[in-house]
Design a protein around this ligand. Structure first.
Ligand code: HMG
Length: 435
């Protein structure tokens, strides 16, 4: 195998960068950066594309991690302080990724209308069918136009970021159209395993359009991939396998790879971003990530209150839901937009998306003036405030109940939740309904 920094490899990438710069003006790290930047820099009149609306949904039940800690004989501070998680979302049997995503998206289509939505991408690693895209179920539930491409995308927690880039490219090519991205996941690890307290569930929906009302994406981005086994879930398993420490190391290593690539593409540094949103398998990783970025750039770590100002508003929701995989970094974005300590108008945000396996991307966007009027802050807060706690016994029962896999017909009792639910399975077909 050729080592990473072998001269032959460097030369090869140098040629590829040259070609890419010539044909597409795409972002790539390396010696040609200064010249590529000139190709990439958008003209002053460049069309803004980005997140027009963003909405988040999580199940109506949760387990307090202090309850879990007591049951596992662990000091609760390990969960609450050590990994930075307070509660984990618990998914009742009549909710799945389809209902979670449709519940997240409904406020968006009700507010922005359904016309010209020509692309519906569902990013998930908790798919409900090996063939049919979860997007097709949501397309009907949301009443979207028939002239709409519906697909499902997977790369662990990274899928929604790939979807965002694809959607932005479609909208750039056809500026009168819009794309809807759904990101939903249910994070499951074995009971009593180290990953258990990081479980969670939730969904984010994002409308991508020109002249976005919430976040205009910067064209420059830095990305990195490597074939590794840090976290994976074979088709025959309901729960993920994970090498927790290795996955955390790879998250932080690839953060720096993606950051260096982004810096080279954009010419920006840490001081150019007003806040950061990271992929949050557990919220403590945000601080570790920021420390790594400072170290990589040789910058002294700011005092604690300044780090809290940069990060904390973006952690509030994720602390309450646990890992939402594909939705995670966008849930953090919702949390920041809804709870920022000061106005974010015209501020640039830095975002980091990581998917095990692995894919990493650092990118940025500018919060649009007047965005506050277009947020779903009240709904988000009300959802989290009205959730119902479950006992440890109820959590374990729901964990083991899952969805029957024997192929028999099944009817699900109604639980608390959003407007859509999974009513049952009949003739091997999932039956979704509006409440
Ligand atoms: P662990 O090994 O049981 O925990 O699980 P630990 O012993 O490393 O302790 C965790 C932290 O708590 C440590 O802090 C301890 O010091 C502290 P750190 O040194 O790291 O700063 N601690 C305490 N603090 C206060 N009071 C106490 C106390 N005791 C200990 N009494 C691990 C941690 C992350 C490994 C586990 O939760 C796990 O396996 N999680 C699942 C994997 C994961 O989340 N990986 C993250 C990166 S990979 C990723 O993000 C992708 C992913 O989202 C999947 C996808 O892409 O689809 C997972």
């Amino acid at each position: 195998m050729i080592p990473l920094r072998h001269p032959a490899r460097e030369k090869f990438f140098h040629c590829v960068e040259k070609m890419l710069g010539f044909f597409h003006g795409v972002e790539n790290p390396g010696r040609t950066q200064a010249r590529l930047r000139a190709v990439r820099a958008p003209p002053a009149t460049a069309m803004k594309i980005g997140i027009d609306l963003i909405s988040f949904h999580t199940p109506s039940y949760y387990l307090d991690l202090r309850t879990l800690a007591e049951k596992r004989g662990v000091d609760p501070d390990k969960f609450v302080i050590g990994i930075g998680q307070e509660r984990m979302a618990v998914v009742p049997p009549d909710q799945d990724i389809v209902t979670l995503a449709a519940n997240a998206a409904l406020p968006i289509v009700e507010k922005a209308g359904r016309e010209n939505i020509e692309l519906l991408i569902f990013a998930t690693e908790s798919g409900v069918d090996q063939s049919k895209a979860a997007a097709c179920f949501c397309h009907r539930l949301l009443g979207l136009p028939a002239a709409c491409r519906c697909i499902e995308v997977k790369e662990a927690c990274y899928g929604a970021t790939a979807s965002l880039r694809m959607a932005a490219a479609m909208v750039a090519a056809r500026p009168h159209t819009r794309a809807l991205i759904l990101a939903a996941d249910i994070a499951r690890y074995d009971l009593a395993s180290p990953g258990e307290p990081t479980q969670g569930a939730g969904a984010v929906a994002m409308l991508v359009a020109t002249r976005p009302r919430v976040l205009a994406l910067d064209p420059e981005t830095g990305f990195y991939t490597e074939d590794i086994m840090d976290f994976w879930r074979p088709n025959y398993r309901e729960e993920a396998f994970v090498d927790g420490k290795y996955s955390t190391r790879m998250y932080l290593t690839t953060l720096i790879e993606a950051w260096n690539s982004y810096k080279a593409a954009s010419g920006r540094g840490l001081a150019d971003h007003a806040h950061y949103c990271f992929h949050l398998p557990f919220t403590k990783i945000a601080r570790k990530s920021f420390e790594r970025l400072c170290k990589a750039d040789g910058i002294e770590l700011p005092p604690k209150p300044e780090i809290e100002r940069l990060l904390d508003a973006g952690l509030l929701y994720n602390r309450q839901t646990g890992n939402t995989y594909a939705a995670c970094v966008y849930e953090s974005l919702c949390s920041l937009l809804d709870n920022a300590p000061a106005a974010l108008d015209d501020q640039r945000l830095g975002l980091f998306s990581y998917g095990s396996g692995c894919m990493a991307e650092f990118f940025s966007g500018i919060v649009q003036r007047g965005h506050r009027e277009h947020l779903f802050t009240d709904q988000h807060r009300a959802q989290l405030d009205t959730r119902v706690p479950v006992t440890y016994r109820q959590y374990e029962d729901i964990f083991n109940y899952g969805v029957p896999k024997d192929g028999a017909d099944h009817v699900f009792a109604p639980y608390r939740g959003g407007p859509f639910r999974l009513a049952g399975i009949k003739d091997h077909k999932r039956r979704y309904e509006a409440k």
